[in-house]
Design a protein around this ligand. Structure first.
Ligand code: ADP
Ligand code: MG
Length: 427
């Protein structure tokens, strides 16, 4: 089949890597792709915010399957546009992608499905006083979230009522996040370890993928501001089949049933963000696509054909359970100077070929790079996802850092404690 991967980050590079290895795939394109993906697929410079443009390009090109990486085109209806032209697409239609596009709607779906989640109320511009009133009913940890997409930056978790009120004010006025914040959700704060679970589903049948753990903060020991994610590992020793089973029966399956009732059946990969509270797992949010960088550690562990799984899902017939390699996988995100506040771009990157030359167990996924002549330079906040597999988490972790140490550019940042606690090497 001919496949098109939509997106330009490390997640899409991992998708392209798996599709390139599939015996089913004999033509591979990416829009817009990146310099790493360009080694595996033909990159096409399409504006992926224009669903109709991408869908009509796919039709003309004879694409059999479109795989959508990021949330924005899903929320904008790219899958609907492809399907309207008879092109199969992996990912939810807009009606179901709203789970990520509107946190208020997601909370309504959770309540309707009876899924455990934090107590909440939703407010819009004009409701400021009511929002302050709701904050007063919460026991002391306040969570304020933009309703709309905010690239992982729209959530404030604080013990300070004043700070929570400030967030409400700046969101509702449009000052902080524009339209995305003029509706918001306020939640009670929960506590406990966090977990993400990715689930493949055709709307009816749902199969969990191997659990992965990501690292959100910029600095070692979870210091500093939140980022898109600074690393990940899989498998996750503390997440057993019992927890996965409980999340499937108490959260994922009721959610999928409710979405079917609402005429918004969900197809694709559903990403459940959870907190393991003293009262059991509770859903913090759903994302409607593979996590980035979780995908970069889950996909290399897949022994079965990802393209075949995606095609089954997209055609509404998920039958084959994924098979897993026994190896563990660790990815370390290398970021540019200034990330996440103001990433500097244009720094020349050295050593990627040396890192790759370590062996087939090392994979360098590009996230924010650009070619300038024969040089590779930084072009975003998260630049490279340096990934390695190994016979154990400790071996994969050691190998990933060996590869990281081959690579450099001025001002580069990375965490040194990815998978450290899980391997007993770092607290
Ligand atoms: N109710 C909550 N209680 C405590 N922490 C929360 C709560 N909701 C979210 N968080 C924290 O904020 C982070 C971001 O929230 P999330 O709902 O995942 O939004 P997004 O990923 O869109 O920014 C979570 O990973 C979690 O650390
Ligand atoms: Mg999240």
């Amino acid at each position: 089949m001919k496949a098109l991967i939509v997106g330009s980050g490390g997640r899409e590079h991992a998708l392209a890597w798996a599709f390139r290895r599939s015996s089913m795939v004999d033509g591979l394109w990416a829009a817009p792709g990146n310099p790493g993906i360009a080694d595996l697929a033909e990159c096409v410079d399409l504006d992926t915010t224009q669903s109709d443009l991408v869908a009509s390009w796919a039709t003309e090109q004879g694409i059999d399957l479109v795989v959508v990486g990021p949330e924005a085109p899903l929320v904008a209806g790219l899958v609907d546009a492809c399907e309207a032209r008879g092109v199969a697409a992996f990912g939810p239609r807009a009606a179901a992608a709203r789970l990520e596009g509107s946190k208020a709607w997601m909370k309504e779906v959770l309540d309707r499905a009876g899924v455990p989640t934090a107590r909440y109320a939703a407010f819009s511009t004009g409701d400021e006083e009511a929002a302050f009133g709701f904050l007063d009913t919460l026991p002391g940890l306040y969570v304020v979230k933009t309703d709309g997409l905010a690239a992982g930056k729209g959530v404030v978790v604080t013990e300070s009522l004043a700070e929570a009120r400030d967030a409400v004010r700046s969101y509702l006025s449009g000052e902080a996040f524009g339209e995305a914040g003029t509706s918001l959700v306020i939640e009670e704060g929960l506590s406990g370890p966090e977990l993400s679970l990715l689930v493949l589903t055709d709307g009816e049948r749902a199969i969990p993928l191997a659990p992965a753990q990501d690292f959100k903060r910029i600095g070692d020991g979870d210091a500093g501001p939140n980022t898109g994610g600074m690393g990940a590992y899989s498998p996750v020793p503390i997440v057993g089949d019992d927890i996965v089973g409980e999340v499937m029966t108490r959260a994922v399956e009721p959610t999928l049933a409710t979405l079917r009732d609402l005429d918004a059946p969900y197809r694709g990969v559903l990403y459940a963000g959870l907190m393991l509270t003293a009262e059991g797992p509770k859903i913090l949010e759903y994302n409607v696509r593979f996590g980035d960088p979780e995908a970069q550690v889950v996909i290399p562990r897949l022994a079965s054909d990802l393209a075949a799984h995606c095609l089954e899902v997209a055609s509404g017939r998920l039958e084959t359970p994924p098979a897993w390699r026994p190896e563990a996988c660790v990815t370390v995100v290398m970021a540019s100077e200034g990330y996440p506040v103001q990433p500097r771009t244009g720094d020349p990157i050295e050593g990627v070929d040396d890192a790759r030359a370590l062996g087939d167990d090392v994979l360098i996924f590009h996230a924010g790079t650009q070619r300038e002549g024969d040089k590779l330079v930084t072009a975003g906040g998260r630049v490279l996802n340096v990934t390695a597999t190994g016979g154990s988490l400790a071996a994969a972790r050691a190998r990933a850092y060996e590869a990281v140490n081959c690579i450099s550019w001025p001002g580069m940042q990375f965490r040194t404690d990815i998978a450290g606690a899980a391997t007993g090497e770092r607290a």
